[in-house]
Every structure is written in C-alpha cells, then in structure tokens.
Design a protein around this ligand. Structure first.
Ligand code: NIG
Ligand code: FE
Length: 409
C-alpha cells in the first residue's frame, strides 16, 4: 500500500512553477524558481501534495527523509532518444579519430545502416532486455520521462519489431515513455536508388500496421541531404497525420534545406538538432508553436557545431535539451552531462539549462501538465542531489555523478 512521504530540510527545492505553464521561453528561462530550506510532501498516489519553507512543515507521522545539505529538482525529461538498438558502433568512433566524418562513414554503408544490419538479426527479447537496462540507467541519472524512436528497422517487419519493443518498455516502465515512428531514418540498402519505393512502403504498409495496433505517438523523419528531402518529409508527415501521429522531426543537423519552415507548416510538436541555422530558420521558429530541441552530446561526440540556442533564447524562444542517445552519434544517456555541455559550450546559464531539460522537455512530449516541474498535483518524479554548494555546482562539476537518489512517484 503506497503511503505519503515527507522530505524535510531540503537545502533548496528547485524548478517550482505555478499555474502549469506550457513551457518557459526567452528571459523566463533564467527563472528556475526555488525555496531554500524547504519541505515537500508526496501523496499516496505519487503526486506532489504540498511544499513550502521549513517553518511551515506540517505535523506528520509517516516516513520522513531528511535532505540536509541536498538540493531537490524535478526529474529530467529526455524528449529525444534512440534507446532501442542492437550492438554498438565503437569502430566508427575510431574511424572518426582517424579522420573520417560521420557523413563519410554513412556514405560507405556505416552509420544508420550498420545499426539496421545488427538490429535485423536481434530478437524482440534481446532488444527489450538491452533497452530496459538502458532505461534503468537513464532513470538512475535523473530522467523521469523519456521518448524512444524506431528507425533501425527500415523494413515493415523490423520497424514493427522495434515499435513492439518500445510498447513493451512503455508497459513496464516506471516513468512515462512516448514512442516515435522513425521509419524514414535512412533508405534501406536494397532501396538505396529507389527512395519513392521505400516511402510508398512507409505510407502504404508501415503506417496502416502501426495505426492498427496503435504502436506510436509521433512521426519522425531524418530530413537531410542524402537522407529524406523536404518534399519527401512533407508527404510522410501528411501520411502520419492521417493516422494521428504528430510530427517530431530531425532537421538541420548538417544542412539547412528549408526543413524547419516545412515542419512548422506541418504543425510539428518539435524540430530537433538545429546545429545549422539560417536567419530564415530563426524567423520561422519565432513565428511558430513548434519547440526547438538541441542535442549537444551529439555535437560533442561527432564534432559538429552546437545548435545556437543562446541566440534562440535571446530572441525570446523556448529551448529544449535532450540526449539524442543512440549508438552512432551520441552514446550518452546522461542528462546531467547534457546540461553541463549546454552551459559550457552553448553559453546557457544553469537555470536556463535546467528549465530546458525539465519543463521544456516535458512540453516537447506534451507531458507538461504532469511532469517537468515542482507544482502541486504534478507527479513526484524528483532528483535528490548529493550534498552540494549550489545549483551552479551541478553543471560545473561536469563529470561527477551528483545524483544521489531518484524518486519516481
Ligand atoms: O539523431 N541524425 C540522425 N539520427 C541519429 C543518428 C543515428 C545513428 O547514427 O545511428 C541522430 O544523430
Ligand atoms: Fe536523433
């Protein structure tokens, strides 16, 4: 029988919101509201019942945790991962050390096709076991809600296999899992010269099968030179909408080809990556409801530019941070490291980076009503840090695991 739990003497309780904001944008992103010397009560159904300054702590006879010297934060929401995959790609990592680029490796049949070949040989059980292990690693690092994509199947059978694994994860996961169909991640080797045939397969066979079993929440496309064009993305997103899959798309990782505006026109929930941005791309975002999602661990790992999120915030935009966990361009499950990278290499203030990684992450998964901040009635997915000096210490100490405990509901 679940019971209430009281946390007392929290050095500082961070990430407090009122009136359930949809997300934070522009100057508001620097406001990661806190109460010093705080208490927080979790209700028996795992939501935040109340919180306040220690002088106002209620009489309580149930279990109590003293958090003296420690900070409490809302859990991270990692809105972009490729959590399900078979094997790893450390050979490509060494190829990059020797001078090849991510794109050159993909051109020779490595990259996504390398992972697709491995995934095709893996069973559903094997994929589930490894992804479940990664999910638990992510939770231990403070992630309290997550998105997972397909996209290493690249055939009807194997995309459905990935999505079934994703749904199995969702059914056993202690944290919410949102599922994105990324059939249009790359052209499969056998249809390399017949892109329209593969797109027909996605539209005429994969999407109806996904809809029939209700296997996904979102539709993704890797819109990029040598992958899928803007026109192809538009056709794919229209087909996704017909079966109620809302767009969340990979755009502007290596080239700006008009994908940001096109995704916005298709009412994308988010546009992810954005390492290469033109003035028109900024303008398009400014006039939209679509959330920009940056993935700095990918920039760090494959040595490409960082998304210009400082400029986005200065323009008044909301910014979201995610890991882009995947075996090729970002083998990183750590949202704490992503927050550090955002401060170190993107010039975000710690408060901005935490808002980007919590509330705005929740918004990018349409979970902001229940996740992403400390507010009465929201789910009590909480991080308790080790004893630390201040919030600023967390991104500063970039290779330390400062997460002491993760409370899930
Ligand atoms: O988000 N850009 C496309 N997809 C992934 C990389 C996938 C891979 O290399 O396996 C990304 O970086
Ligand atoms: Fe990605």
């Amino acid at each position: 029988m679940p019971q209430k739990h009281l946390y007392t003497h929290i050095k500082s309780l961070y990430g407090i919101t009122t009136n359930r904001p949809k997300f934070k944008a522009g100057k508001d992103m620097a406001d990661f509201k806190n109460i010093e010397n705080a208490w927080l009560l979790v209700s028996e159904n795992g939501t935040i019942e109340n919180f306040g300054e220690i002088q106002t702590v209620p009489e309580f006879s149930g279990p109590v945790t003293n958090c003296l010297g420690k900070l409490m934060l809302p859990c991270f929401v990692d809105s972009h991962t490729h959590l399900i995959h078979a094997g790893s790609r450390e050979n490509e990592f060494v190829d990059r050390i020797k001078g090849l680029t991510y794109e050159q490796i993909a051109q020779r049949g490595g990259g996504i096709l390398n992972s697709a070949a491995k995934l095709n040989l893996a069973t559903e059980n094997e994929l589930f076991e490894s992804a479940f292990d990664r999910l638990n690693q992510a939770i231990a690092l403070g992630t309290g809600a997550i998105e997972v994509k397909s996209g290493y199947g690249l055939s009807l059978e194997n995309e459905l296999k990935m999505l079934r694994v994703a749904n199995r994860l969702k059914s056993v996961s202690p944290i919410p899992v949102k599922i994105t169909f990324l059939g249009a991640h790359a052209l499969p080797a056998d249809l390399k010269s017949e892109p329209e045939k593969y797109i027909d397969l996605i539209v005429n066979e994969m999407l109806p099968a996904i809809a029939a079993e209700n296997l996904a929440d979102y539709m993704d496309v890797f819109c990029e030179t040598n992958y899928f064009s803007v026109a192809q993305m538009e056709r794919l997103l229209d087909a996704g909408w017909k079966v109620n899959l809302k767009p969340k798309v990979h755009v502007n990782q290596f080239n700006s080809i008009g994908a940001v505006q096109a995704a916005i026109d298709k009412m994308a929930i988010s546009v992810d990556h954005l390492e290469v941005m033109t003035d028109d791309d900024f303008k398009a975002l400014k006039n939209s409801e679509t959330l920009p999602v940056a993935v700095p661990a990918c920039s760090f790992f494959i040595k490409i530019p960082y998304a210009p999120v400082r400029k986005m915030i200065d323009l008044g935009l909301p910014v979201t941070l995610a890991t882009d966990y995947n075996p090729g361009s970002s083998p990183c499950l750590s949202m704490p490291f992503v927050v550090s990278l955002a401060c170190i290499n993107m010039n975000l203030l710690p408060e901005e980076a935490f808002n980007a990684a919590t509330l705005n992450g929740a918004a990018a998964l349409e979970l902001q009503a229940d996740y992403g901040s400390i507010e009465i009635g929201k789910k009590a997915n909480l991080i308790i840090t080790k004893p630390v000096e201040s919030l600023n210490y967390l991104p500063y100490s970039f290779a330390e695991n400062w997460v002491e405990r993760v409370v899930i509901s």
